[in-house]
Design a protein around this ligand. Structure first.
Ligand SMILES: [Zn+2]
Length: 208
C-alpha cells in the first residue's frame, strides 16, 4: 500500500502548490501557512451553506425589480420575471433566468449537502462522482449572478426620469449574498476529505 502525502507528513501549499514538510508550518517558497487539510472544512462549508439557504428564501420571495412606469409602480420577483418573459414569448430569456437564478442555486445547495455527507461518511457515494460534483459546483459559482447582472444593466440603461425607471428590489441584495455565501461554502470544502474517507474504507486505494 502506498502511503498518502498526509501519512508522510507532507502538505502542498494552497498558494503555489509546493510540497513541503507539514512541520515547517509555512511554505518555504511563498510563506503561506501550511495545512494538510483545510481547517474546519466541513463546519465552515455547512455554516456558509445553511446561511446561503436562508438568503435563498428572501431572494425568491421579495421583489428583485421595481419598475415605475408613468407613475404606476410594479414589483417583480424572480419567478414573476420568468413568467413575464414566458408570456412575452421570450422563451430563451425566461429559461436562462430560471436555470441560472432558481435551478442552479438550488442544485448547488443539494450538491454541497451531498459532498459534506460523503466527506463525513454519512452518505455512500462513488468518490469519482463526488469529485466531479465538487469541481462543477466551484465552476458554476459566478454564473448564478446572471439575475443581478440583468437588473444592474437595466437600472443603468432605463432611467427616463418620470416616464420609466427601474430600481433593484430587496431580493437583489439577498440574491447577491446567497451567491457569495454558496461560493464561500464551496471554497471551504476540502475535496481531499472524500479521498481520506475512501482510504479509510479501502486501504489499498491511493489518496493524494
Ligand atoms: Zn507556497
Amino acid at each position: 500500500m502506498n502511503p498518502s502525502a498526509l501519512e508522510l507528513g507532507l502538505a502542498a501549499c494552497h498558494t503555489c502548490n509546493k510540497v513541503s514538510n507539514v512541520k515547517t508550518h509555512h511554505c518555504p517558497r511563498c510563506g503561506t501557512h501550511l495545512h494538510p487539510r483545510k481547517p474546519d472544512s466541513l463546519a465552515r462549508c455547512l455554516a456558509f451553506g445553511i446561511t446561503g439557504i436562508l438568503a435563498y428564501i428572501p431572494a425568491n420571495l421579495l421583489p428583485i425589480m421595481l419598475v415605475t412606469q408613468l407613475g404606476t409602480e410594479e414589483k417583480s420577483t424572480i419567478l414573476g420575471g420568468v413568467a413575464t418573459f414566458w408570456e412575452m414569448k421570450a422563451y430563451p430569456v425566461a429559461i436562462t433566468i430560471f436555470i441560472a437564478s432558481v435551478m442552479i442555486p438550488g442544485l448547488k445547495f443539494v450538491a454541497l449537502g451531498i459532498l459534506c455527507g460523503a466527506a463525513s461518511g454519512k452518505i455512500e457515494i462513488n468518490p469519482r462522482i463526488a469529485n466531479r460534483m465538487y469541481y462543477l459546483t466551484e465552476l458554476v459559482g459566478r454564473w448564478s449572478m446572471v439575475d443581478v447582472f440583468v437588473v444592474a444593466i437595466l437600472v443603468g440603461l432605463i432611467q427616463m426620469g418620470n416616464l420609466m425607471s427601474i430600481e433593484p428590489g430587496a431580493a437583489a441584495i439577498a440574491f447577491g449574498l446567497m451567491v457569495i455565501l454558496t461560493m464561500l461554502s464551496a471554497h471551504a470544502f476540502d475535496p481531499k476529505l472524500i479521498w481520506d474517507r475512501l482510504r479509510q474504507s479501502d486501504p489499498n486505494s491511493t489518496s493524494p
